[in-house]
Design a protein around this ligand. Structure first.
Ligand SMILES: Nc1ncnc2c1ncn2[C@@H]1O[C@H](COP(=O)(O)OP(=O)(O)OP(=O)(O)O)[C@@H](O)[C@H]1O
Ligand SMILES: [Mg+2]
Length: 337
């Protein structure tokens, strides 16, 4: 018998997933995002990285869980991603505290954010636009906060935000209450620079420069300049991730329409199904203008396709399979068989 012992070959340790206080699974959240968002792979990859850090629960405890700024033109999925995160994490797409900066645009509305100071005319002391339950989330789920149209916020509102990003806390006017953002995922959205970037693209899109990578680089400089012209460096410095969303080009229309159709089919229920033929697809995607992102298509589904479905159902109550098609310059939905 040999006295030489076999040393086991070194290998990776057995995989044993971490038990986290957070109950969401990054993979499941991302599956929903990938199913429902097209054309924004870089933004989705950054969201995924952030969800994993969150799940591992290794972030700084004295700050918000994450601070993101989504930049890009209108209708490209900035708000939609946050709604889907709320859906995946809390089960409801409106389970977030959303503050529309447009409504706070005027200086004196800052009071609505932090609660009016004592004696302030027109609003009650300590009453704020913030909903503390949605902000704080729970032990096992992060709260989700969305500051929409950030560039519209007044300087005073931006100053209150600075404190939130820095320490994760906001003391309401009067000093009686403090809101805690240390368990919040914060998202901010902005269209700043998008118009200029669009104009630039239109000027140069056929040019040779884009082949050299110069195109994207110059565009990101343009966005950076726009950001710095509106926000103080100390504000920008407190943002973890600035993500630039892509424009929705024509090649994404088919995938977008499929997403809208699957939502629509879900609403139609298990006994009805809608098909859309090529002519109807072309009709719904006609004259796509990337400046308006997905909004034109989404709007046409609502104001052109839905009424045609309604006409069909009102005439043929038991229509199960339906097809949308174009007949004589009109979108119509007909029952099959
Ligand atoms: N990338 C995308 N993938 C799938 N659907 C999208 C995408 N972008 C937009 N949509 C659809 O268009 C609608 C509007 O998009 P969203 O609200 O995210 O726009 P936004 O980028 O926040 O624009 P704005 O700056 O005008 O607020 C969404 O509800 C969604 O149905
Ligand atoms: Mg939006």
């Amino acid at each position: 018998m040999s006295s030489i012992q076999q040393v086991p070959a070194p290998g990776p340790p057995e995989v044993r997933p971490l038990t986290s206080r957070f109950v969401f699974e990054p993979q499941q959240v991302m599956a929903l995002l990938h199913k429902r968002i097209v054309g924004q792979d870089a933004a989705l990859a950054a969201v995924e990285a952030q969800l994993k850090v969150l799940k591992a629960d290794i972030g700084d405890r004295e700050r918000p869980l994450g601070v993101n700024l989504f930049m890009g033109p209108t209708g490209v999925g900035k708000t939609e991603i946050v709604r889907l995160l709320a859906q995946a994490i809390h089960g409801r797409s409106d389970a977030m505290c959303r503050i529309d900066m447009q409504t706070l645009a005027q200086e004196h509305y800052a009071a609505a954010l932090t609660g009016a100071p004592p004696g302030y005319v027109g609003s009650k002391e300590g009453v704020s636009l913030f909903d503390s339950e949605l902000i704080e989330g729970t032990y096992s789920r992060p709260g989700i906060v969305l500051f929409d149209e950030l560039e519209k916020a007044s300087d005073e509102v931006l100053r209150s935000l600075l404190g939130i990003l820095e320490s994760g806390r906001l003391t309401l006017a009067g000093g009686s209450r403090t809101l805690d953002f240390r368990n919040s995922l914060i998202f901010m959205t902005s269209n700043i620079g998008a118009r200029q970037a669009n104009a630039r693209r239109q000027r140069l899109s056929g040019g040779w420069r884009r082949l050299l990578g110069w195109f994207a680089e110059a565009e990101s400089r343009l966005l950076e300049r726009a950001l710095h012209s509106r926000f103080e460096p100390e504000f920008l410095n407190r943002i973890d991730r600035i993500l630039v969303f892509e424009r929705i080009e024509g090649r994404w229309l088919d995938a977008l329409l499929d997403i809208e159709l699957s939502k629509l089919n879900q609403r139609l229920g298990p006994h009805r199904q809608l098909w859309v033929d090529e002519s109807a697809r072309a009709w719904l995607g006609r004259d796509h203008d990337p400046r308006f992102g997905a909004r034109d298509l989404v709007r046409r589904v609502r104001v052109e396709l839905e009424p045609a479905i309604a006409d069909c159902l009102l005439a043929w109550a038991d229509a199960g399979q339906m097809t949308a098609t174009v007949q004589g310059q009109r979108l119509v939905v007909l029952p099959q068989g």
